[in-house]
Design a protein around this ligand. Structure first.
Ligand SMILES: *[C@@H]1O[C@H](CO)[C@@H](O)[C@H](O)[C@H]1NC(C)=O
Ligand SMILES: *[C@@H]1O[C@H](CO)[C@@H](O)[C@H](O)[C@H]1NC(C)=O
Length: 817
């Protein structure tokens, strides 16, 4: 006890000492454009003036929030289309039109409403001028003491810090409330006095911070000098904590190559993730300029399972279930029988649609009016129970909850039935929890559940995209086309609902897959007439599916599987459901399946531009930038399969024939998930080699376990093929050294003769820097030692230039050339 309080006072002394150093201006000089006293900005639709930094990178001024018809005083990135806001002053007290930001002649910075009332002011006096700096820091300074600022926005961060900005002990970043609302949100980032960087949820109304859901684990009780006391975001985009003894604790692990070409920001997002983002400073290929902020690093890795405290509502609010989406973000769904408190905010929690009453006249009718639904893998670690009893059968729990007017949710776990108290908090959907939730809902409730749950994650971004698509479609002759698509999706939806009623026990039905009969598919393909291709797993036919309900038609690719593992049946369903749960723009989507007698068929969406093989190995060389974009897309798709799916998927057969191109030439990986489906044991060493000659990683031939790194190897080969527009093995080659592409490419790289790889490719030849980068990445991917190969996520970051690429060693060091 005594020890602890002594430690705390040491911390205080150290922090006090530190306060004197805070306001010292960084020594390197910056160009400054002074905003003289008496300057002002007006909140008005007619006036979008702002005070810009000398480089034009940042601006301070008013931002109009159209959903509220009010103005926010903010600092933003001014040169990029997104105009991303990095600081704001009055999120909880927005300004009306004709409000004014003024640097008064008395040297005060004030935001006043049209009647002259103060909305916000910077706490400082005797200011001589203001300035928007190129770092994104807005400062107030005087003429006398040139060595310090009187006020700076960097000392009053909102939800974001920028390179060169620091956070001191107890300084806080607070998230905003929702994506578009700047009022105070629920999450806080703070460097604690004990030296740990933590993320916490704050109570509602704000006041108390609950148990952290992320901790950097820097604090050292035995050695205070080893604890952190300052968070630094340095110019080159690295985030670290400086310990009292001067040592650094890196938060982000990667260094960014060509950091000068990127903007960075680290934001405590409204969904609770502390994320480091990068954004190219100028448009570049392979990056969609409109959504070019890329997450380089974030914590916590799994926010759904990170929050374990007894208080607070979890990332999704009460009575909902959290699962991670492909970007590590929480995705929220209400429990069946519940709906969103605020229909525009999927993170705000849910309420019961119909509240069950314990009135005498309802009591007798519970069994008549309600039914139980089960939900696998739902889990509430911190919710309380009001009853608990051991079970002799599952049905006992079911019946007990159904007849209990207080029971809405019960959980069966380890042979025990737990009746839950409402509201349920921190609900999450985890594959490996074997608990099963039972939920009581009113009968004839016709809500539709995706994943066995009501899907409510209404992403604003996607909606705006949809609106855009709609307007484009309606503005063109494609209207008919659209109606067709819409009709067919409704058809799939309806048929899914129908199927759900037939068989509610299958896990497949948690996904919106359509179940086809063999007869239907035979008809769809006109008796399996038009063959699209033939692969290791079976033959692919073109087909047209018609829905008997709506009469709509759509083109599909139907894969008739030829080989099946012995325990096929159960496997087929589980794997199909795994495939069905993948959602990524670089993967081919599974529409449905058929499982009838010995027949196993998978129905995919149809890709109109054929395979990557015919695209790159065709007669004319396709555009270099297009090729690069495709390469990055494939990388992202594989990275998703490896790292972002609930169940890791190793493709095992990455090659140009398995990459398809959709109507906009976006790369879409096909045949994933099948390797596992058709192979009894992934790690078994002497099973039949699954991949294709030329793309197969060396460990397939050795007594080494097969891991996700086999895909990295194949991807490396594919990258070289995309660069050179030739196949890995070219038997007819005149020059012997060119027969095997991987060897030849390394020789060219080593001998600094990369241009030989891209003869007759003028476009690529003017872009040697990137050619070299791609070849270097490929060299890392095809390392013989799997542990030397980078992860796919890293591969993508290297290709995008977000992280540095070190010099690759010789791919096969043991084989003498
Ligand atoms: C500060 O210095 C500038 C230029 O030297 C001058 O124009 C301005 O009036 C001074 N401001 C104050 C408040 O003294
Ligand atoms: C930023 O921090 C990283 C990691 O500590 C370091 O490698 C890099 O050199 C630093 N950059 C500058 C400009 O200090």
């Amino acid at each position: 006890m005594k020890m602890a309080s002594m430690q705390i006072s040491i911390y205080y002394l150290l922090s006090l000492f530190h306060i004197f150093t805070i306001l010292i201006i960084p020594t390197h000089s910056q160009t400054i454009s002074r905003i003289p006293l008496g300057s002002s900005l007006l909140a008005s639709p007619k006036d979008d003036s702002s005070w810009k930094s000398p480089s034009g990178d940042f601006a301070i001024g008013f931002r109009y929030l159209d959903d509220q018809n009010l103005y926010l005083l903010a600092i933003w990135f001014d040169k990029i289309p997104d105009k991303t806001i990095v600081w704001h002053a009055n999120g909880d007290n927005l300004a009306q039109e004709r409000s004014k930001l003024e640097l008064t002649t008395h040297g005060e910075l004030k935001l006043t409403d049209p009647d002259g009332g103060t909305i916000w002011e910077a706490q400082s006096t005797n200011v001589s001028y203001g300035s928007m700096l190129d770092s994104g820091n807005f400062i107030l300074a005087d003429n006398i003491s040139s060595s310090r600022y009187l006020w700076q926005s960097f000392d009053h961060p909102a939800d974001t810090i920028l390179p060169t900005q620091e956070l001191q002990i107890n300084e806080v970043l607070s998230s905003r409330d929702t994506r578009n609302s700047f009022s105070l949100g629920r999450y806080q980032l703070r460097l604690m006095l004990e030296g740990d960087l933590v993320l916490t949820v704050v109570s509602n109304p704000p006041g108390v911070s609950y148990e952290p859901y992320y901790r950097s684990k820097i604090a050292d009780d035995n050695n205070t000098m080893n604890s952190g006391y300052r968070v630094v975001f340095n110019e080159t985009g690295s985030l670290y904590v400086v310990r009292r003894n001067g040592a650094l604790f890196n938060l982000t692990s990667q260094n960014v190559e060509s950091w000068n070409d990127f903007y960075f920001r680290a934001t405590l997002d409204f969904d609770g993730l502390f994320t480091l983002y990068s954004h190219p400073k100028s448009p570049r290929d392979g990056v969609n300029w409109d959504e070019a902020w890329r997450s380089v690093w974030y914590e916590p890795q799994n926010i759904c399972s990170a929050s374990t405290g007894d208080y607070g509502r979890g990332p999704c609010g009460f009575n909902s279930i959290c699962s991670l989406d492909s970007n590590g973000r929480p995705s929220c769904v209400c429990l069946p029988g519940f709906k969103l408190l605020d229909s525009s905010n999927s993170y705000g929690g849910c309420k019961q649609e119909i509240v069950q009453s314990c009135d005498a006249n309802n009591l007798g009718k519970l069994r008549e009016n309600y039914e139980m639904r089960s939900l696998n893998n739902a889990f509430w670690p911190s919710s309380q129970n009001y009853e608990r009893f051991p079970l002799s059968s599952e049905d006992e729990c079911n019946r007990s909850c159904l007849g209990d007017c207080n029971c809405i949710v019960a959980v069966i776990k380890d042979g025990i039935c737990w009746k839950k108290k409402l509201p349920l908090s921190n609900g999450r959907n985890e594959r490996d929890t074997y608990g099963k939730a039972l939920i009581k809902i009113p009968k004839n409730n016709n809500t539709f559940w995706d994943n066995g749950l009501e899907k409510v994650n209404n992403d604003e971004k996607d909606q705006s995209k949809l609106v855009l698509v709609l307007s484009i479609l309606f503005g063109s002759s494609l209207v008919l086309n659209f109606v067709l698509i819409a009709a067919s999706s409704i058809a799939i939806f309806v048929s899914y609902q129908k199927n759900k009623k037939l068989n509610t026990s299958s896990s497949l039905l948690e996904t919106n897959l359509r179940v086809f009969t063999f007869e239907e598919l035979k008809e769809a393909t006109n008796g399996f007439r038009e063959e699209l291709g033939r692969g290791a797993f079976g033959t692919v036919y073109k087909g047209v599916i018609t829905n008997s309900f709506s009469g709509s038609r759509s083109i599909v690719a139907i894969k008739k599987l030829e080989i099946l593992a012995e325990e096929g049946d159960k496997e087929f369903k589980t794997e199909a459901s795994v495939i069905a749960k993948t959602h990524h723009k670089n993967l081919v989507r599974l529409v449905g399946f058929c499982e009838e007698g010995p027949n196993r068929l998978l129905v995919y969406e149809f890709m109109s531009n054929g395979t990557l093989a015919s695209f790159v190995f065709g007669i004319s060389k396709p555009d270099w930038n297009k090729r690069l974009q495709i390469a990055i897309g494939i990388g992202r798709g594989i990275a998703y399969l490896h790292e972002e799916c609930t169940t890791q998927i190793i493709h095992c057969d990455i090659k140009p024939q398995n990459i398809l191109l959709d109507e906009s030439f976006t790369a879409r990986i096909s045949d994933f998930g099948l390797a596992k489906l058709l192979m009894s044991d992934q790690t078994q060493t002497n099973t039949m080699i699954r991949g294709t000659k030329g793309y197969v990683a060396p460990e397939w031939f050795r007594s080494k376990p097969v891991t996700a790194k086999v895909d990295v190897y194949s991807y490396g080969v594919l990258l070289l093929e995309i660069v050179c527009c030739r196949k890995n093995v070219k038997v007819e080659s005149e020059k012997e050294e060119e027969i095997i592409l991987t060897d030849w490419a390394y020789d060219c790289y080593k001998g600094r003769k990369l241009e030989r790889l891209i003869e007759n490719d003028d476009e690529a030849r003017t872009d040697m820097k990137r050619v070299e980068r791609v070849v270097m990445v490929a060299m890392w991917c095809i390392q013989e030692d799997p542990s030397l190969r980078p992860s796919m996520k890293k591969v993508v970051q290297m290709l995008e230039g977000v992280i540095e690429i070190s010099l690759p060693p010789c791919p096969s060091p043991f084989i003498s050339m």
